[in-house]
Design a protein around this ligand. Structure first.
Ligand code: ATP
Length: 511
């Protein structure tokens, strides 16, 4: 896939009511987006898939919904006031701003690409007798590139860990990284930039309090840890899940809904005994990867990426990356957060946040495994996996969104063949019976072929056509989105046929 496909997905999202630029009639607000009539349904289905997989499938995971505003000291305790920074660098010629770490990561990704292309070429040349491991170990060009990459990687990881901004700049200079716009290497110094949005609560006359828009939902879970544990009589290990908005003043906000300033997270904090965290970390890594793969977007589109720089609170961390049209990118983070957050909140609040373990007969501060996924990034990966242009027989083509049926915004369209003879009424009757279970859409405008195309473009798995025969024998034709096959079925069988494929339950069972 390419940038070109990505552009098509972005315009498709707009054309069919999935995603609009925020405040569009005022020329938009950068990196803020609105979900349209189709987008909101897809997004809600993604959230339901996640929520149910957490709180239905795990008896020991419960949900909460905490407020966006929280006491400002929470962000001091969490480390966000002091450390939630990105290193930024400007190009003096283009006047564009970049994240210094991202420039270096992209540089390393380019070397990886070169190496992989070399391997692919050789694989083709040698055919079945190709020994990839051997080739990687011996080919001089690969060895040279790998050595270059390793050297940059070591310097980069060290600079990040030591917060060494000068060294980050030096790496950019030494690697001869140029600004993609101006093509020059005229860089400023690297500076830290805090990503939190601040606002004021209360009137200024009374001395307003500076509060932050939460940059993650996790802290709402930590500060409610004991409330939930006590009132829910939860026993360790247990988890608390939450879906909600988060806000970050991203330096470089590009790539559509991949990096937004207002976005939504689905986070789960799992509280465990100290010492058992790495075992749980491994379990959640596996569970979360299965959740992704169950959607059927293609297992090869996922990979784990272990972190070079562990956040100040983590003792293990990995990302689940998905192959977006612009390369493999993080969709979800899984972190072993130790007891950092709870201990820090104990310290700052002066309140005990410990758990008494009846089996061990002692109190301790639990350790935490976090799984954190962005709804919007999940939405983008879903659109990228589903978007498909197909050539049909007779020189025709169609754009079809091959969404998993359980996530599709509309489950079935009911289409009267013509607008008279009682067919619209019959169609409406079918909708009235099915609307309690499935989101249905009625469409009577244009030829049936055009109506099918419109439904393909929004990913509707089933189209039901009502014709004159339907009035006589209560049958309709049902058309399947992916195969475009049609069959005649009894109207009273529709509910079962559709329920089987679109059911969230069946999807959850495949995890
Ligand atoms: P990145 O390195 O891409 O900035 P991050 O490592 O800071 O992401 P986390 O703090 O781990 O991200 O947040 C957890 C998840 O929240 C991410 O995996 C991503 O799906 C989502 N997310 C984070 N920032 C954004 C954003 N600006 N826009 C949309 N989703 C985001």
């Amino acid at each position: 896939m390419s940038e070109d496909v990505f552009k098509k997905i972005v315009s498709h999202c707009k054309e069919y009511g999935f995603v609009f630029q925020s405040s569009e009639i005022y020329d938009g607000l950068s990196a803020v987006y609105d979900y349209g009539q189709m987008g909101v349904e897809l997004k809600n289905n993604i959230k339901k898939y996640w929520w149910d997989s957490m709180v239905l499938l795990h008896e020991n995971v419960v949900g909460i919904d905490s407020a966006i505003f929280m006491h400002p000291t929470i962000w001091k305790a969490s480390g966000h006031v002091d450390a939630f920074n990105d290193p930024l660098i400007d190009n003096k010629d283009s006047k564009k701003r970049y994240r210094a770490d991202v420039l270096i990561e992209e540089y390393m990704a380019k070397i990886d690409d070169k190496i992989n292309k070399e391997v692919e070429k050789a694989a083709k040349r040698f055919g079945d007798s190709f020994d990839e491991a051997m080739f990687r170990q011996t080919n001089p060009r690969i060895l040279e590139n790998q050595a270059k990459r390793d050297e940059v990687h070591t310097r980069f990881a060290k600079a990040l860990n030591e917060n060494n901004l000068e060294e980050l700049r030096q790496i950019i200079i030494d690697c001869e990284i140029v600004d993609p716009i101006s093509g020059t290497r005229n860089w400023t110094d690297v500076r830290q930039f805090n990503l939190m949005f601040a606002t004021e609560m209360g009137s200024t006359a009374d001395g307003a309090m500076k509060v932050y828009l939460r940059p993650e939902t996790a802290q709402g879970i930590f500060v409610n840890f004991l409330n939930v544990q006590k009132t829910g009589r939860m026993k360790i290990p247990f988890g608390i899940a939450q879906i909600g908005k988060a806000f970050r003043n991203e330096i470089v906000a590009r790539q559509f809904i991949f990096r937004m300033r207002e976005f939504e997270q689905m986070e789960m904090q799992f509280f465990v005994r100290p010492g058992e965290e790495l075992e749980w970390f491994a379990k959640w890594k596996e569970t979360r990867m299965k959740w992704h793969k169950a959607l059927g977007y293609g297992d090869h589109k996922y990979r784990f990426h272990d972190h070079d720089k562990l956040a100040h609170y983590a003792n293990a961390a990995t990302d689940i990356e998905f192959e977006m049209p612009f390369g493999f990118k993080e969709v979800e983070g899984i972190h072993s957060r130790t007891d950092f957050d709870l201990s820090s909140h104990e310290q700052y609040s002066g309140k005990k946040l410990q758990y008494f373990d009846p089996e061990l007969n002692k109190s301790y501060t639990p350790y935490v495994i976090e799984t954190s996924i962005g709804v919007d990034r999940m939405f983008l990966s879903t659109m990228s996996a589903a978007y498909c242009e197909e050539e049909l027989e007779g020189g025709e083509s169609r754009v079809v969104l091959k969404l998993p049926a359980a996530l599709a915004p509309i489950k079935l369209a009911v289409l009267p063949l013509i607008k008279k003879d009682g067919l619209p009424e019959k169609a409406q009757e079918i909708i009235d019976n099915l609307k309690f279970d499935f989101k249905c859409q009625y469409d009577e405008k244009d030829s049936i072929g055009k109506r099918y195309r419109r439904q393909d473009a929004i990913g509707t798995p089933y189209c039901v056509t009502v014709d004159h025969q339907s009035l006589e024998d209560n049958t309709v034709t049902i058309r399947y989105r992916d195969t475009m096959e049609q069959e005649r079925v009894a109207i009273d069988k529709l509910a079962d046929i559709i329920a089987d494929k679109v059911s969230m339950k069946n999807l959850l069972k495949t995890i």
